[in-house]
Design a protein around this ligand. Structure first.
Ligand SMILES: [Zn+2]
Length: 155
């Protein structure tokens, strides 16, 4: 239990640190001067608008990220952190380190990205791949043996 608490603390620290950065950037984006200031010359105004658009784009992205990080922190408190929201298996620590606010395992992520209509098909495909794996590798090694003589002949 000690190690689990330690890991959770680490995850919480990581998420909080990232959230701090995101919130800091959001504040910085909010401080971009408004473009409608009177008296500025055209270039200043144009640049201001550009900055504002960029900031707006970043802000929505950052807000989304902050939301995900906050929900990840909630999951840490609930003891749900690191557990796939789709299939309930634990997400590999490496994946969590790379994407601290991730909510699904790799397989579920891929299924979600493929779209819900194809999710079922993808699942059965994965299952059949696993089932045929033994047969596949046997065929592969047979082919490797068949290829070996010609390869040595070529030399
Ligand atoms: Zn999963």
């Amino acid at each position: 239990m000690q190690t689990r608490t330690k890991g959770t603390d680490r995850a919480r620290r990581l998420l909080k640190a990232e959230l701090d950065v995101v919130v800091g950037r959001l504040h910085a984006a909010a401080e971009v001067p408004r473009a409608d200031g009177a008296g500025g010359d055209f270039l200043d105004v144009a640049q201001g608008i550009e900055l504002q658009e960029l900031a707006g784009l970043n802000a929505s992205r950052l807000t989304e990220r902050a939301k995900r990080l906050r929900s990840a922190l909630t999951r840490v408190s609930d003891g749900q952190y690191g557990i796939c929201s789709e299939c309930g298996t634990s997400i590999p620590p490496k994946r969590l380190l790379a994407i601290p606010d991730v909510t699904t395992c790799v397989a579920c992520q891929q299924q979600l990205e493929r779209g819900s209509s194809q999710a079922f098909e993808g699942e059965s495909m994965l299952a059949s791949t696993a089932r045929d794996d033994a047969g596949m590798s046997a065929a592969r090694s047979a082919r490797a043996i068949a290829l070996t003589p010609s390869a040595s002949k070529a030399r």
